[in-house]
Write a protein that binds this ligand. Structure first.
Ligand SMILES: [Zn+2]
Length: 68
C-alpha cells in the first residue's frame, strides 16, 4: 500500500503504457474539447477527454470519455 501525495493538484494513476511496455505512473486530467463539424452546433459538441501523460516516457494520450 502507498500513501497518496496530498500536495499534488492532479491525479496520478498507475496505468499500462504501451510505449514503456509496463505499468507506470500517469498524470491524469480531464479536458473539454470542442468538436466542431458544423459551426452552428459547435456549442453542443463539447466532449470530455481524459488526458493521460506517462511520467516515465512523457507520452501524452487522450481518450474520449463518453463512448460507453
Ligand atoms: Zn510510458
Amino acid at each position: 500500500m502507498s500513501a497518496m501525495a496530498a500536495t499534488s493538484p492532479r491525479q496520478t494513476m498507475a496505468e499500462w503504457c504501451p510505449t514503456c511496455e509496463a505499468e507506470t505512473d500517469h498524470e491524469v486530467s480531464i479536458e473539454l474539447r470542442t468538436e466542431s463539424t458544423k459551426a452552428e452546433n459547435a456549442r453542443y459538441s463539447r466532449e470530455p477527454y481524459r488526458i493521460t501523460r506517462c511520467l516515465r516516457c512523457d507520452e501524452r494520450r487522450s481518450q474520449r470519455m463518453n463512448n460507453a
